[in-house]
Each structure stands twice: as C-alpha cells, then as structure tokens.
Ligand binder design. Structure first.
Ligand SMILES: Nc1ncnc2c1ncn2[C@@H]1O[C@H](COP(=O)(O)OP(=O)(O)OP(=O)(O)O)[C@@H](O)[C@H]1O
Ligand SMILES: [Mg+2]
Length: 457
C-alpha cells in the first residue's frame, strides 16, 4: 500500500513539485489553505503531513498542534522560509519530526527526510500493533496516561510490583484500579503464575467463602466434588480482592488468619494447607474511615495497608483525557470495523472540560457509544452526548457527598452480569451446582445466564 501524504502549502509551485516528486510513490493529498487541510486531515489517516509554516491567515505550527491533539502520533515535517527557522527549531523541540527550508535546492536530501519520516510513522504503527497484541494475548493491560499524577502512580507501581508486599489500591469507581492490579501482577516476579480476582462486594458471604477457601467433596449438600478455592489456586501468583471494604466481619477474620499463617483449610476439611500468594486489595471507599466506623477490622487494615496507592480521579489528570479518548477511539474503531474520528476542536474541548464523575469507565462508554452510533468521519459534540444530555447525567449520576453511583437500573444490570459470571465460575460451569449454591431455581438461572450472554462449557 502506498503511504498517504498530506501536503499543505498555499504556493502552487511547491504543490506541483511534490506532485512530480511523490505522485507515483505516495497517495498524495494537496491542500492550499487551513480549511482544506482540516477537511482532508479529518477524512484520511495520513502517514505523513508536510506543512507550510506560513498559510493564508494562519500559522502552520498552530495547525500542526491542532492536528496533534486529534492524532498525537501524526508525523509532521514543517516547511519554512529562512526567516522563520527559529520558530521551526522550537517546533521540532516540541515534537515535530523535522523541518525543511524553502526553496528546496537539494531534492535528494528532501526525499531522504521524507523517507526517514515515513519510517518513523511505520515504527509508531508497529509499536501500537505490538502493544495491542501484547495487551490482548498476554493480558498485560495498557495504562494510558502521561499526566504527572499518572506518571507518579506508574513509578510507584513499578517500584512495588517486584516487592512481595501487600498493596492496597484506593480510588473512585472507574479510575483504573483493576488496570493497576493487573500491572502489579504483570510486572511482578509472579507474572507467570496465576492472577485471580474476586469481587468481595458481589457475592453472598457463603459463596465468597467457598470461592476463597474451596471445599471438600460432601462438605455441604450438593458438594458433589472437591473444589480448590482461590487461596489455593493463586499459589505462587497474585490474588486480587476487589471491594475489600464489603467483606463480612466473619470473612475478614478468616482472611487475617490466612495472611498471618500462610495457611488455610478447605471447607469440610481439617487439613491445613500452605499457600503463598501476594495480596492486592482495592476499595473505592476510604478504608481508614471504615475502620473508624467499626465496619472494618483494624488489625486486618494494618495487615493490608502496607503499601497504599491512590489512583487519581480523571478530573485530577485532565491532560490524560484526550490521550484516553484517542485510545478508546482506535479500540472501538477496530472492534466495530469503523473509521470514526478525529474529534472536532469543539469535541476535544467538551471532553477536556467535562467532570467525568464516572472516571475512565464513563469516558470509555461515551466513546464506545459515539463510535457505535456514528456512520464514520469526524466526531463532534453531538455524537458524544445525545441531545439534552450532559456528562453528569449519562450512565453515572453524582450521589450526595460527591461520590459517584450508577443509576439503579445500570447498577443492577452490572451487578447481575457480574454475579452470574462469578456464580458459574464458582460452580465450575455447572448450572445445577450454581442453582444449589445461589438458591435460584435452575430454570430461572438458565434464563438469566442466557440473558447476560454468559457462556457455560
Ligand atoms: N489508564 C488507563 N488506560 C486505559 N484504560 C483504562 C485506564 N484506566 C481505566 N481504564 C479502563 O477503564 C475501565 C474502568 O477501569 P477499572 O475497571 O480498572 O476501574 P476500577 O477503578 O477498578 O473501578 P471500580 O471501582 O468500579 O471497580 C476499564 O475498562 C479499564 O480498562
Ligand atoms: Mg474494579
């Protein structure tokens, strides 16, 4: 496939020169002014942009900045007259690939610079492809974010990932605690061993207990087979207990015992077994507050609060919003086989200034919906939020105290989907066993599992 190159220059001679020079080796688009350039840029995925510095009524460097907000990795060469070289040098420092001075007297040198720029674009695209493959195949999540707050967090994650200490992740809902937990696993020496995740808020006490401790055959009515629990299966790896604040007092005390002794006993057995896992916990409440309110054991709190990492809310790292939005745009374009984007300047502004009470999850849903409902082309404000709707009242509504909560219907749907998935997991995919564990009649259970598209094998 020929590389796609956009040349933006008001000078007819320059455009003709590029047509002659690159007409056969590239798919060339030519723009004589900013408006034409914006239209072409929005419609095409260019490998390279050659931008004149002085355009009618505007500055090529500003236009380049605008393009880079929409596609941060677009490779650009600035074309400049001798008089403007200082600005061009500053622009290169800002991240532009290179600049060329006009008039072009050495066409070989010109072709060489263009060749190098295209190589850089190919390298960027290859890295992106590899990252996506790595993320999907090895389940190493990608943590997007270059804000100071996010860089600091990732530094801390790198530092503690290799240590065998318990880590407590605190942060609002949707900020990326799951992502960080997976990174802690991926970057630890235990990464080749299991990473197991349990949501302590989503299951009744007895089910959670059975999931964690496992049981022997005949331990309770219907326990037809012995089943190892997560304490056992996570041996050598990392165990992630999400929403730890929701754990019942009884289970809090059994967990403390396991952490202190590195031993546990399957339900229905008296035989203690050794286990060695690193514990990662997460909560969207303040665990110290739960301790003060008497809802969380103080001794367990001190045992798991060895290293506490706070995952910042999206509104505290505004600089990451467009990066994340661009990442989700790529992701859903690929997923739905569409080519939506880039974001218009107004859409960028709206994304950046919205409060995002549901954090990254809300932003992801917003982009998913925009791509799903859009035929293709630039994404404007109207595609992001439906008429009359604003960011504050989409899926998430702010609850008293600034905390965020899901709308009841959405929360229930999320809970049910999650609950049935975990229930089936606990029952080893066996519907009769799941019916027994949950007390839901088999037929009803079957209908719900089908409704939520949960696969049984
Ligand atoms: N830095 C990030 N880069 C890329 N994707 C992210 C990032 N942070 C979060 N996400 C995505 O946003 C969504 C929500 O993140 P996640 O599930 O980790 O939040 P959470 O803090 O665990 O929320 P909750 O408290 O509700 O469990 C996920 O789909 C996740 O992949
Ligand atoms: Mg989570």
């Amino acid at each position: 496939m020929l590389p796609r190159i956009l040349v933006v220059d008001d000078d007819h001679y320059t455009r003709t020169l590029f047509k002659r020079l690159l007409g056969k080796s590239a798919e060339l688009s030519l723009a004589a002014d900013g408006a034409e350039a914006r239209r072409l840029f929005a419609a095409g995925d260019f490998n390279l942009v050659l931008m004149d510095q002085r355009l009618p009524g505007e500055n090529g460097i500003d236009l380049t900045r605008e393009f880079r907000v929409q596609r941060p990795k677009v490779v650009t060469i600035l074309m400049t007259g001798f008089a403007d070289v200082r600005d061009a040098v500053a622009a290169v420092r800002e991240g532009l690939f290179d600049y060329l001075t006009k008039p072009f007297d050495d066409l070989d040198a010109l072709e060489a610079v263009i060749g190098k720029a295209l190589e850089l674009d190919a390298a960027y695209r290859e890295i992106d492809g590899l990252r996506t493959r790595l993320a999907t195949e090895l389940c190493v999540p990608e943590a997007i974010g270059r804000s100071a707050a996010m860089e600091r967090l990732l530094d801390q994650v790198r530092q503690v990932a290799g240590l065998d200490t318990t880590v407590l992740l605190e942060g609002e809902s949707g900020t990326g605690k799951d992502v960080v937990a997976r990174l802690l696993h991926a970057w630890s020496v235990r990464s080749a061993k299991p990473f197991l995740e349990v949501n302590c808020g989503g299951l009744p006490e007895s089910l959670l207990e059975s999931l964690l401790f496992g049981h022997e055959k005949g331990a309770f009515t219907g326990a037809a087979q012995a089943s190892p629990g997560y304490f056992e299966r996570a041996h050598g790896g990392n165990l992630f207990l999400d929403e730890i604040a929701d754990m019942s007092p009884k289970l809090q005390s059994s967990l403390l015992h396991v952490l202190q002794s590195h031993q546990f006993t399957r339900i229905g057995s008296t035989q203690p077994r050794n286990t060695d896992f690193r514990l990662i916990c997460a909560t969207n409440r303040q665990l110290s507050g739960e301790v003060q309110a008497g809802r969380f054991r103080e001794d367990l709190f001190y045992r798991i609060n060895v290293v506490a990492l706070r995952v910042p809310a999206l509104r505290e790292r505004q600089g990451d919003i467009i990066l994340l939005a661009a990442h989700f745009l790529d992701f859903f374009n690929t997923k739905f086989g569409k080519s939506c984007g880039p974001f218009t300047a107004a859409a960028v502004h709206l994304l950046e200034t919205s409060p995002w009470p549901g954090n990254v999850r809300q932003l992801k849903h917003c982009i998913e919906r925009a791509v799903a409902l859009h035929v293709g082309g630039p994404i404007d404000t109207a595609h992001l939020f439906a008429a009359g709707e604003s960011v504050a009242d989409t899926r998430f509504v702010a609850a008293p105290g600034g905390e965020t909560a899901l709308r009841y219907q959405d929360a229930r749907a999320d809970f049910e989907r999650d609950f049935f998935r975990r229930l089936l997991d606990a029952a080893g995919g066996n519907i009769s066993e799941a019916a027994r564990l949950s007390g839901i009649p088999r037929q009803n259970l079957y209908v719900r599992i089908k409704r939520w598209g949960i696969v049984t094998d």
